[in-house]
Design a protein around this ligand. Structure first.
Ligand code: ADP
Length: 334
C-alpha cells in the first residue's frame, strides 16, 4: 500500500487504524509453515510512496528467515518436551526394575534355602541322584539371583538410588580371599593358572567393602570366563595415595573400538554374546561403583593376546558421584 488514501487497495477503517498511528505507506510480508500463515513482518513509512523492488525482496527475505527461526524454535520446544517424557519413562522403568527385582529375590531366596535343607537331609533321607538334582536347582537359583542382583544394581544406579556404605579399616588381603576362592572354582576345569602378584604391606583402605569385592569379582570372573587357556593374573600395588588392581588374562581380547562401549549396560562383544550366562551388566556396574569411590576403571587389550583391566582406587574413597545422592551416603567413620 503505497498510499493510505488509495481506497482501491485499502478500506476506510483499516486505513484509519494506520493513519492514526502515522503510517502513510505499508509493505507487509507474510510467512508460513507449510500452508499455514504463522506471522507477518512489515515496513511502515510516515510519507506515502511506492516501495522499490529491492525493499520488497528484502522484506520477503526477512520473512523467510523469520519463518525458519519460528520453525526451529517450535522444533526445539518439541524436543525439550519429548526429552522430558523420555526421562520420566526412563525413571519409571528403573523404579519398576528396582521393585520387581526386589519382589523376585524374596521367593528365590526361599527356593535356595529349602533346596539346601532338603539336600542336607534335614527333612528326611535323600539319595545321591536327588542330591545331584538339588545341587543343580541350587546352582541355577544362585545364577538367577546374581542376575537379579545385577539388574537391581543397574536400576538403582540409573534411578540415582544407589548409596555406598563407606567404612574405614578395610583389609584388602581379607576381602580378596572369598573373591579368589570363587574365581578358582571357575577355573577348576580349564587349563588356566591363577597368578597372584600382590604387594605386601598394603594399607587399610576406606570405601564400601561389599562393593569393592563386587568390582574385583566382576573383573576376575570375566577374566576366568573368557580365558580358555593360559593364565589370569591379579596384580595389586600401591601407587602414591591409590591402590592399583590389574586383572590380566590371556583370553580372546577386546577390539579397540569397543573399549568404551562395553562399559554401557547390556553391551557385549561378539564373544560375550556367545557366552551363556552373560548379560553385559557387570562392567557397567563396576565402572559406576569405581567412579563412586573417586577411582578409575579402564582397560588395555589386544585381540588374540589378552586383556588387562585396571582399577585405581583411592586409599580413602573420595565419595562424589552422580550415582550417590547428596546426603544419601551412609558413612561409618568418614
Ligand atoms: P557379561 O560378562 O555378563 O557379558 P560385562 O559387562 O561384565 O558382562 O562384560 C561386557 C562384555 O565385555 C562381555 O560380554 C565381553 O564381550 C566383554 N568382556 C569383558 N571382560 C572381558 C575379558 N576379560 N575378555 C574378553 N572380553 C571381555
Amino acid at each position: 500500500i503505497a498510499d493510505m488514501d488509495d481506497r482501491s487497495v485499502i478500506d476506510e477503517p483499516t486505513a484509519r487504524y494506520y493513519t492514526d498511528r502515522h503510517v502513510r505507506a505499508l509493505l507487509v510480508s507474510k510467512f508460513s509453515l507449510g500452508d499455514r500463515v504463522t506471522g507477518t513482518i512489515s515496513f511502515t513509512l510516515r510519507q506515502p510512496r511506492p516501495f522499490s523492488l529491492l525493499e520488497q525482496h528484502l522484506l520477503r527475505g526477512l520473512g523467510d528467515l523469520a519463518a525458519v527461526a519460528v520453525q526451529r524454535s517450535r522444533l526445539y520446544d518439541e524436543q525439550v518436551r519429548v526429552a522430558e517424557q523420555l526421562r520420566q519413562l526412563d525413571n519409571m522403568k528403573s523404579q519398576f526394575l528396582a521393585s520387581m527385582s526386589h519382589e523376585l529375590r524374596t521367593p528365590l531366596n526361599a527356593i535356595l534355602n529349602f533346596t539346601r535343607f532338603v539336600g542336607a537331609g534335614t527333612l528326611g533321607p535323600v539319595n545321591e541322584r536327588q542330591v545331584d538334582a538339588l545341587q543343580k536347582v541350587s546352582d541355577s537359583s544362585k545364577h538367577l539371583l546374581s542376575l537379579i542382583n545385577d539388574v537391581l544394581d543397574i536400576a538403582k544406579i540409573e534411578a540415582n538410588m544407589m548409596t555406598l556404605f563407606i567404612e574405614s579399616g578395610i583389609d584388602i588381603y581379607i576381602e580378596l580371599e572369598p573373591v579368589l576362592a570363587s574365581v578358582e572354582v571357575l577355573l577348576s576345569d580349564k587349563p588356566v593358572r591363577m597368578i597372584r602378584q600382590i604387594e605386601s604391606g598394603l594399607p587399610l583402605i576406606t570405601g564400601d567393602r561389599r562393593r569393592i569385592r563386587q568390582i574385583l569379582l566382576n573383573l576376575l570372573s570375566n577374566a576366568a570366563k573368557f580365558t580358555e587357556s593360559g593364565s589370569v593374573t591379579l596384580r595389586i600395588a600401591r601407587k602414591a595415595d591409590h591402590i592399583r588392581f590389574d586383572i590380566a588374562d590371556t583370553g580372546p581380547g577386546i577390539p579397540a573400538h569397543e573399549f568404551e562401549s562395553i562399559f554401557e549396560a547390556f553391551r557385549q562383544t561378539e564373544t560375550g554374546i556367545r557366552k551363556p550366562g552373560s548379560t553385559g551388566l557387570g562392567l557397567a556396574i563396576s565402572r559406576q561403583l569405581v567412579d563412586a569411590h573417586g577411582g578409575q576403571l579402564w582397560l588395555e587389550s589386544q585381540l588374540g593376546v589378552g586383556t588387562t583391566f585396571f582399577v585405581l582406587l583411592p586409599i580413602v574413597a573420595r565419595v562424589s558421584s552422580a550415582i550417590i545422592e547428596p546426603g544419601g551416603i551412609e558413612s561409618k567413620h568418614v
